[in-house]
Structure formats: structure tokens, C-alpha cells
Design a protein around this ligand. Structure first.
Ligand code: FAD
Length: 362
């Protein structure tokens, strides 16, 4: 058996590390010069979306031998709608760095790898399939999946983001739901440190959003963020992403080809989180290759969670700013807050089950 992993992002590296644990050495191909060779941003893992694992970092470490140091613990998340604001408290999850940052998760994982990554290798599936018995597709790009099998795109997302300078509390995140500048989307601020943060605006590229001026939306988002946090932030650098596909493969594997990470459909459509899911798909593919698990069975709960999340998104897309104000206000009610922060409740599953009959009727 010889194994090729295409892509050394979170999914590919989790797969490689797990294979090593079982005594297998994969050839890892990366098209860039180094791991994480892209812009620096902060990303988050929220515990409320990872039920039954209340602490993803502890779970990865204790169960899968993958050891990650987040940049901070999230203890407070503020929510802002057009006219309301609220917050929740508790052990809510973690923030971490991605990309070129020396502490990015991809760099941390690379340092745990015994084998060497083959850099500057923009390989194709066709090339690899001539040489290898097992191929793990982990390029982070659903277009690569589409060349091999059906991939259902739920929507394409447009991002605009910046690293900003200001005064931040590392344990606090800020989330903005306002259709005026984030139509059917959201904006969020995640701190990198006490003086630096990532501000991201993301919304789906539906036909009704096509005429919108992204720079104008960004300006409104920026102004709202400065106003809500009562600061004049400085921009360090900006980036923009278009056509970021969020969707899901038809099948998890074809023969000895495994689809993992974004190539499988690890991004949950409602809020766009996919780090933990990407790592799990990588780990599970390795379990199958090593003969200690069945990939399709192992990813089943993740598939269900994807579909629950899509149901929730389709419903939330029907909300207007008044609904969002009402929801934001209700987070201040103790019972609602404790439901959101209760690690034993799979909130996404419960909400999508309640919502499902209504969303079908609409
Ligand atoms: C702006 C933004 C913000 C996000 N925020 C969050 C967040 O806060 N929380 C969260 O959980 N998720 C977040 N996500 C999603 C999360 O980052 C992804 O789900 C996750 O990184 C996917 O991992 P992956 O390994 O599938 O792909 P990637 O991490 O993209 O890795 C793919 C790798 O494959 C390489 N590659 C590509 N093509 C080839 C080829 N042909 N040959 C060889 N190598 C190749 C690439 O260079 C790259 O290194 C965010 C995504 C974006 C874009």
C-alpha cells in the first residue's frame, strides 16, 4: 500500500499525523512553498457546535494525539444586530491563528509530523492515481472534488477581511448580524492579541446580492464595528475572497480515494466553521486506511450535522433585521443563554429538527 495526501492543510496534516501513529508513512504533496503559506487570520472553534465534545482541543489531544495550543480561550461572545446587543459567558471555545503566523494550527501540526512534506508540488489527482494505491484529497478546494464526483454547492461565499489594530480582550469575540451590510451573512471580530484582531465580513453570493458593492458593505461593517466597540481601529492589511464554495460531496470515498476537509464538505453552512470537522475527516480517513475504522460510518454524524446546519441556514435566511433584533434581545434571557452554553445540548440538531417542518412549508 502506498498513500498520497494531496494538500497539507488541517485535514491533510491530521490524516498524515494519524497515519504515522499507526505506522504508515504517506507522501504529502503541497503546492505552496511552506505549510500555511497564506494571509494571517484568527479563526475560532465554538464548543456549542461540537457536541458531544465540550473541549475540542482536549479531545484531539487525549483521543487522537494531536496537540494544539490555541491563542486564547473564549469566555465572552457579544452579539450585535441592527438595534440590539447581547452577550453570552462561559467556556465557549477557542481562537487560533491560521496561515503564515508562526503559531498557526497548520505550523503546529507540521512540527508534530515525523515525515517530510513535498513542497512546491501542484499535483493532480490523475498523476497521483497512476502511482499510488490510496489517495487522500485534501486540497481545500471543492473544484478538485468536482473533477472526480458530484459535489452539491449549497452556496458560494464572498469574504472581505482585515487585520486591525486596536485595544482588545483576547477572551472576547464579537459577532454582527445586520442585513444592511451582511445580507444573509455575518461579520465577526476575533482577537489575535491585546492589540490585534481579525475583522471578517462574509455573505452568500446569491443573485439578489450580485449588484451589491462589496467595498460599500465593508465600509458600513467597519463603521458599525468601530461604533459598537467605541474605538477607531487602524487597518494593517486587507484581503478579499470570492466564490468560496460551501457544500458537500455525494460520497465520502470512491474505492481507495478519500475526500476530506473542504473537499468532503466540512464547513457547516450556518456560520461557516470547518476547522474541527476538517481535522476529524482527516483522522477518520487515516483510521480507515490503517484498518481500524470505516470512513463512511465515522463521518456519518458530521454529515448529519452538515445537513442540520444547512436547514438552520435556510431558515435564518428568511429573517429580516427585526427578527434578528428579537433574537439578539432574547439571548439576554437567562434560559436562552444557558441553552446556548449547555455543552450537553446539541443546539444545532434541536433547532434544525424544530425548524424543519416550517422550512419545508415556506
Ligand atoms: C476567511 C475564512 C475564515 C474562516 N474562519 C473559520 C473559523 O473561524 N472557524 C472555523 O472552524 N473554520 C473557519 N474557516 C474554515 C476553515 O478554515 C476550513 O474549513 C479549513 O481550513 C479547511 O481545511 P482543509 O485542510 O480542507 O483546507 P486548507 O486548510 O485550505 O488546506 C488545503 C491545502 O492544500 C494545498 N493545495 C491546494 N491544491 C493543491 C494541489 N493541487 N496540490 C497540492 N497541494 C494543494 C493548499 O495550498 C493548502 O495548503 C474559515 C475559512 C475562511 C476562508
Amino acid at each position: 500500500m502506498n498513500i498520497a495526501i494531496m494538500g497539507s492543510g488541517l485535514a491533510g496534516l491530521s490524516c498524515a499525523l494519524t497515519l504515522e501513529k499507526y505506522g504508515y508513512q504517506a507522501d504529502i504533496f503541497e503546492r505552496r512553498e511552506e505549510v500555511g503559506d497564506r494571509f494571517v487570520i484568527a479563526e475560532a472553534m465554538f464548543s456549542m457546535f461540537h457536541t458531544p465534545y465540550d473541549d475540542a482541543i482536549k479531545f484531539l489531544s487525549e483521543t487522537h494525539d494531536i496537540h494544539l495550543k490555541p491563542s486564547s480561550n473564549l469566555q465572552k461572545v457579544y452579539f450585535y444586530s441592527k438595534n440590539e446587543s447581547s452577550f453570552i459567558n462561559g467556556h465557549l471555545g477557542f481562537t487560533n491563528m491560521r496561515g503564515k503566523h508562526p503559531d498557526s494550527y497548520e505550523k503546529q501540526m507540521e512540527s508534530q509530523l515525523k515525515g517530510k512534506i513535498k513542497y512546491n508540488q501542484n499535483v493532480t489527482y490523475e498523476e497521483l492515481s497512476k502511482e499510488y494505491t490510496h489517495i487522500v484529497l485534501a486540497t481545500g478546494d471543492p473544484l478538485d472534488t468536482k473533477k472526480i464526483q458530484a459535489y452539491d454547492v449549497a452556496f458560494k461565499a464572498s469574504f472581505k477581511g482585515a487585520v486591525i489594530r486596536g485595544d482588545f480582550n483576547r477572551t472576547e469575540a464579537h459577532v454582527f448580524f445586520n442585513h444592511d451590510y451582511a445580507p444573509k451573512g455575518m461579520a465577526y471580530l476575533l482577537p489575535h492579541s491585546d492589540c490585534e484582531a481579525s475583522l471578517v465580513l462574509v455573505y452568500p453570493q446569491y443573485p439578489e446580492n450580485e449588484h451589491l458593492d462589496k467595498d460599500q458593505l465593508w465600509k458600513m461593517c467597519w463603521e458599525d464595528c468601530c461604533k459598537r466597540l467605541d474605538q477607531e481601529f487602524a487597518i494593517i492589511n486587507e484581503y478579499s475572497i470570492k466564490d468560496y464554495r460551501i457544500g458537500k460531496t455525494e460520497t465520502d470515498r470512491i474505492g481507495n480515494t478519500f475526500f476530506i476537509g473542504n473537499c468532503w464538505g466540512s464547513i457547516t453552512p450556518v456560520f461557516g466553521f470547518g476547522q474541527f470537522e476538517s481535522m476529524l475527516t482527516g483522522i477518520y480517513a487515516a483510521h480507515d486506511i490503517a484498518g481500524v475504522g470505516d470512513y463512511t460510518k465515522l463521518v456519518k454524524p458530521l454529515s448529519q450535522s452538515y445537513h442540520d446546519s444547512l436547514t438552520l441556514r435556510r431558515t435564518m435566511e428568511k429573517f429580516n433585521n427585526d427578527h434578528l433584533d428579537l433574537i439578539t434581545k432574547s439571548i439576554n434571557i437567562q434560559l436562552i443563554e444557558s441553552m446556548i452554553t449547555n455543552k450537553d445540548l446539541n443546539l444545532m440538531k434541536i433547532l434544525s429538527r424544530i425548524i424543519h417542518p416550517f422550512s419545508r412549508k415556506a
